[in-house]
Design a protein around this ligand. Structure first.
Ligand code: NCD
Length: 361
């Protein structure tokens, strides 16, 4: 059985297969309308969501399947103190596949320890959001015709924006990528992304606070919301919340064929006056997300049928156990029974928590 915890769980070839399936679904939806007859998707959403949850639900209905689930932590036994592993094991008796969103980093991985059906990470705290990346990739593929030789600008909250982390992980696997990280000092990309991904893979990147300076060189501008709910200090949020506001005037220096992406929801970081610009693709991402989720559900259900049973994710990998994870927003800091475990990206780099990727101490 396979899960989708991190976008790195899918090879470049598998990403392309999902894109091809999604394009085929767009071309011939009727050929897919019975594929999940009799199957159930459980949506376990412990955090707010509009697009992700509804697109998963629409995806399953369009495949002929059913949906069960809850939205809001107060509507499940988590409110009584149940562990994610127990919740996932329970839901394994009622459904065939789980899509789960939770405020703690590593939550989907923690749930997968006891789940007997595939788990899809629909967002774990500020850590990752692999299915948003699937939506982003289909959009880039359809709009730019491929992934090589692109200059990707990521703008806004690069620290807490989980969609940014997963997109960098995915795009770093294509040739000729350049990355421009545009953020205020306080919201720069976390060090695990910079060191473990960009630097380790030798991807050229620069950091700047100026969207205007970066604009002319970009092929993709990925705008993000400042993630209010992740800040410990509301004054800091208030000071940073209007750091970047994209307007038609700022686009004057952009390439004619640049595309503007945003995972949504937007607050005010893209003026609605930009929506009619032909380069604005953020509502196309919404539509594409549903088709990629359909392709993903099909793939994971097929694999679970071929090879049932829990995924042994760290088989053959040496994990370090004599360290502690001190990230209070990591699932292993909150769920007492989870052992703290660490993994090294390669022989030289320091061991990082398997759940949230911060360095062990
Ligand atoms: C994003 C998320 O939840 O991380 N939304 C989404 O799933 N499309 C981005 C955000 O909330 O800013």
């Amino acid at each position: 059985m396979r899960n989708l915890i991190d976008i790195g769980d899918l090879s470049v070839q598998e990403l392309q297969e999902l894109i091809d399936t999604a394009n085929d679904i767009i071309a011939r939806p009727e050929a897919y309308s019975e594929k999940c007859r009799g199957k159930k998707l459980a949506t376990l959403f412990f955090e707010p969501s509009t697009r992700t949850r509804l697109s998963f639900e629409a995806a399953m209905y369009e495949l002929g399947g059913h949906v069960i689930g809850f939205s809001g932590a107060n509507n499940s036994s988590a409110a009584k103190g149940e562990s994610l592993a127990d919740t996932a094991r329970t839901v394994s008796s009622y459904a065939d596949i789980i899509a789960m969103r939770h405020p703690l980093a590593g939550s989907a991985l923690a749930a997968s320890r006891r789940a007997e059906i595939p788990i899809i990470n629909a967002g774990d705290g500020s850590h990752c959001h692999p299915t948003q990346t699937l939506a982003d990739l289909l959009t880039i593929y359809r709009e730019k015709g491929g992934f090589s030789g692109l200059t990707l600008g990521l703008c806004g909250d690069l620290k807490y924006g989980r969609t940014v982390h997963s997109l960098i992980n995915a795009m770093s696997r294509y040739e000729g990528l350049r990355v421009v990280l545009i953020s205020p000092e306080e919201l720069r990309l976390p060090d695990y992304e910079k060191h473990n991904v960009l630097e380790r893979l030798g991807i050229p990147y620069e950091e700047t606070a100026s969207l205007e300076a970066a604009m002319p060189e970009l092929d993709i501008l990925y705008m993000t919301r400042i993630q209010r709910e992740r800040f410990d200090c509301i004054e800091t949020y208030e000071r940073l919340k209007d750091s970047y506001i994209l307007t038609p005037e700022k686009l004057v220096t952009a390439k004619e064929d640049m595309i503007i992406l945003h995972p949504l929801p937007r607050v005010n970081e893209i003026s609605t006056a930009v929506d009619d610009d032909p380069r604005a693709c953020y509502f196309k991402q919404v539509t594409n997300g549903k088709f990629m989720r359909m392709a993903l559900i099909l793939k994971l259900l097929e694999e679970a049928e071929k090879a049932p049973g829990r995924e042994d994710r760290f088989a053959g990998v040496t994990l370090t156990e004599n360290l502690l994870c001190r990230n209070p927003k990591c699932v292993c800091s909150v769920e007492q029974e989870l052992p703290h475990r660490f993994i090294s990206a390669d022989g030289d780099s320091p061991p990082r928590c398997i759940y949230c990727e911060t360095k062990g101490e």
